[in-house]
Design a protein around this ligand. Structure first.
Ligand code: SF4
Ligand code: SF4
Length: 455
């Protein structure tokens, strides 16, 4: 066999193995549509290539060389650095956020209470919106389409538990300080946090632009100025279960959210306490008890990039994560932000915007918001939908192509997305073709079905 024939068959072997990997992985992930479409399209593609190779072997050597050239060009265009990967751009002074203005705070102001009157005197533009949201049933509440009398109390039990942890987040450090080697401490902390269950960990100097100006959610501390002067942020991500997220916007997502908030809180509390035992101040930031926004801190620490859906997109798990944060003065070595093509991909994809039932995610171009050029997001529309559907929805996590499981197939695709603009455009089209522009809500995991049964 001549060299160019060998090369042609070599490429076909790689394509055939890739096709088998795609179909087998899709079936393992129970992505039935992807498996069947893959079988039809990749089967036909392999058939055509084999036919061409056999047909061209009959003395038409120029044809095989052209086929080889097509394969080589395709490999180069997908696997070599082509096109720019741009970060989110800061184009002005970043305006800090007041926690009293976020939906979780605004919804708590009871009609007629002094806080309610004072707050809406300052923010009359928000009053009508939140008065309407208050009329909706609420999260895990009777009257919502996802409500189940056995399942909803489990969700409430999870968030009640998180409330119970509030007093543990910030206590004074021990007086005996252990001297540490910065490099060694940073590496050892990351391994420890991984051992405790986090999947991704990063360190950054805490940017004060992301620290809330005032406390909005802690009763007794409401309205106090936030004084978070810690120099470093240790931020980590725990993975949300793929099967649970694929049931979005149904009951499993709020149960999984609660579970992973608890996981993040457990790790953050242990690590903050550990650092305090070493003699350094540390604060755990856990659900309903944050003093800083988490996604931009996570982006600074190299955990991922902020996507069109305004949440963190990590490389191995996409948006399918929850974050935990510890701030401290323990001396540490900061990590660097990473870019793997999310901004460019989001520009082409828009799947989360198209599938958002409340139209909270902008399908349009970026705008300058609080000094950062990013996609517009309407938290009130999103929050109103949560309160009408009864869960935290998560359709923008479920539909995001980056949220697929971390396995050989998706790692290979993410590698190409990182490298080349051609791969980014191709994978947007392929994701629509194989998984559908509107991925459907999948069957519930078994134990959730039990929780759905009538009492
Ligand atoms: S959680 Fe649901 S409603 Fe909110 S932005 Fe995502 S898709 Fe839209
Ligand atoms: S669904 Fe698409 S546009 Fe939305 S965050 Fe994910 S990659 Fe970006």
């Amino acid at each position: 066999m001549r060299w160019f024939e060998l090369l042609g068959w070599g490429f076909e072997l790689i394509i055939a193995l890739g096709s088998i990997l795609f179909i087998a992985t899709s079936l393992k992930e129970r992505a039935l549509r992807a498996g069947l479409v893959g079988l039809a399209i990749l089967g036909a593609l392999n058939g055509v290539i084999v036919f061409l190779l056999l047909y061209l072997e009959e003395g038409r050597k120029g044809g095989i060389i052209i086929l080889d050239a097509v394969f080589i060009l395709l490999a180069i265009s997908l696997l070599t650095p082509i096109g720019k990967k741009l970060p989110l751009r800061v184009v002005g002074k970043i305006t800090r956020v007041d926690e009293r203005d976020i939906p979780f705070s605004r919804i708590r102001y009871e009609i007629g209470s002094p806080i309610y009157e004072q707050y809406y005197a300052r923010h009359p533009e928000a009053k009508g919106i939140y008065d309407r949201i208050r009329l909706l049933p609420g999260l895990a509440a009777p009257g919502t389409p996802t409500y189940s009398p056995l399942g909803a109390p489990l969700s409430h039990a999870q968030f009640d538990f998180l409330e119970e942890l509030a007093d543990l987040v910030d206590v004074p450090p021990h007086t005996n300080r252990v001297e540490v080697d910065t490099q060694c401490m940073s590496a050892s902390l990351k391994e420890t946090i991984k051992y405790l269950g986090a999947k991704l960990i990063g360190i950054t100097e805490l940017n004060q632009d992301y620290v809330y100006t005032h406390i909005g959610r802690r009763p007794g501390k409401y309205g106090q100025k936030v004084e978070l002067t810690h120099k470093y942020a240790i931020i980590f991500a725990v993975e949300m279960d793929y099967k649970m997220i694929r049931a979005a916007p149904n009951l499993p997502v709020i149960i999984e959210t609660g579970k992973q908030y608890i996981e993040a809180a457990r790790i953050a509390l242990v690590i903050a306490n550990y650092i305090r035992r070493l003699g350094y101040p540390a604060r755990a930031h856990i659900d309903a008890n944050y003093q800083s926004m988490l996604p931009p801190v996570a982006a600074d620490a190299g955990l991922g990039e902020i996507g069109r859906n305004n949440i963190l997109i990590t490389r191995p798990y996409g948006a399918r994560v929850r974050l935990g944060l510890v701030t401290t003065d323990l001396p540490l070595v900061p990590d660097k932000p990473i870019l793997f093509g999310v901004q460019d991909f989001c520009q082409r994809c828009r799947k989360c915007a198209d599938n958002c039932p409340s139209k909270a995610i902008s399908p349009d171009k970026k705008k300058v918001i609080r000094g950062i050029e990013k996609w517009e997001f309407d938290p009130e529309k999103c929050f109103a939908y949560w309160n009408s559907v009864g869960t935290d929805c998560a359709l923008c996590i479920h539909t995001c192509p980056f949220s697929k499981p971390d396995n050989l197939l998706h790692r290979a695709i993410r590698y190409a997305i990182d490298k080349s603009v051609v791969a980014r455009q191709l994978s947007v089209w392929m994701d629509d073709l194989f998984y559908g522009r509107t991925p459907r809500s999948e069957a519930y995991p078994t134990f959730i079905n039990l929780l759905k049964k009538e009492v």
